[in-house]
Design a protein around this ligand. Structure first.
Ligand code: 3HC
Length: 306
């Protein structure tokens, strides 16, 4: 515990680049848990939008945490907001920071420009992390000279509510960086899991195909949108139906994750073959030869390398 809290304590000053839904949520949670936070955006309008969103969300969190203690709730809001700064100057914002979390749009060039512009300015010890939901952490880190202090920290929307943090390490990520990221996740009140730098990490890899299939069901006219959502809420215990969730995450973001997962062709030919063989054996045992070959052919068709 003491070594974990020492690791967590190593991160006091936090810079969040991008004040959209995810960036402002990350900034809010970091400020709520006692960190000094700077949010960086490209214009005043975007900063104002981020601040307004944080204030609204903070009211909801406070209502829950300090239900019968309004005075303490007011104090919590005041102190949290006092730890939040905003900036339009990314180079200035990273000069005295322990961790940079990038949460800008999913554009590799933009992320490259951003990280290369701050690599020589941020202190030596500063960890760089990306909240990307679809790009490879290794690709993003490739432009920096601090791959040992680089990793993925993937949060979930709404960040103040969702308890999970996926911590992604690339082969170059040092043990110290990894341990600091894990400890910091816990300091934010999140449950951390570790995943390799693989498309979609754990959650999106499993969740996004479900969202895509719900869209296909709607396109085929199998059921109405309302019934698809109701089915998954009441029949599978999901807090939101898949179509509602795709919209909540952002249909553009959902599509981007899908496109990238396909393009990356994360399945090796060997694993496609293995899956086909497994299917042949499994379906043969269930339904006989002919049907099993049809199913296997369809599995093979879906393999991006087939
Ligand atoms: N900030 C603060 N608190 C919030 C909030 C926010 N933005 N949104 C909801 N809450 C709080 C509410 O105040 C409420 O608190 P209470 O229990 O004290 O009343 C509680 O959360 C529940 O909210 P609601 O009553 O308004 O509505 P729901 O019960 O439907 O919960 C939800 C809302 C938490 C969003 C729930 O529907 C849910 O969990 N949905 C699924 C979300 C999900 O799957 N997220 C992951 C998406 S994938 C992703 O983000 C990865 C990325 O890479 C794409």
């Amino acid at each position: 515990f003491s070594s974990s809290s020492a690791m967590a304590a190593a991160i006091k000053n936090v810079t969040v680049i991008g004040g959209g839904l995810m960036g402002s949520g990350i900034a809010q949670v970091a400020a709520q848990t006692g960190h000094q936070v700077t949010i960086v955006e490209v214009n005043e309008g975007a900063l104002k939008k981020a601040q307004d969103g944080i204030e609204k969300s903070l009211q909801r969190v406070t209502k829950k945490l300090y239900k019968d203690k309004p005075a303490e709730g007011e104090k919590f809001i005041k102190e949290t907001l006092s730890r939040l700064k905003t900036s339009l100057d990314v180079k200035e914002a990273v000069k005295n920071t322990d961790i940079v979390i990038e949460a800008v749009v999913e554009n590799l060039d933009l992320k490259h420009k951003l990280f290369s512009s701050i690599d020589s300015i941020a202190p030596e010890h500063t960890i760089f992390a990306s909240n990307t939901s679809s790009l490879s952490i290794q690709d993003i880190a490739s432009v920096t000279k601090r791959k040992d202090r680089f990793g993925g920290l993937h949060f979930f929307n709404p960040v103040p509510v969702m308890k999970l943090l996926e911590v992604i390490r690339i082969p170059e990520t040092s043990d110290e960086t990894y341990e600091k990221m894990m400890a910091w996740g816990k300091a934010l009140g999140k449950t951390t899991i570790t995943c390799k730098d693989t498309p979609g990490f754990v959650v999106n890899r499993l969740l996004v195909p479900l969202l895509a299939e719900s869209v296909r069901m709607l396109e085929r006219g199998d059921a109405t949108a309302r019934d698809i959502d109701t089915a998954m809420k009441l029949g599978a215990g999901y807090p939101m139906g898949p179509l509602e969730l795709a919209d909540y995450v952002g249909n553009d973001t959902t599509k981007f994750i899908l496109d990238v997962s396909r393009a990356v062709a994360s399945w090796s030919k060997a694993s496609c073959l293995e899956l086909v063989l497994q299917n042949v054996l499994w379906f043969e045992s269930l339904w006989g030869k002919k049907f099993s070959y049809e199913i296997s052919a369809s599995v093979w068709d879906q393999c991006p390398l087939s």
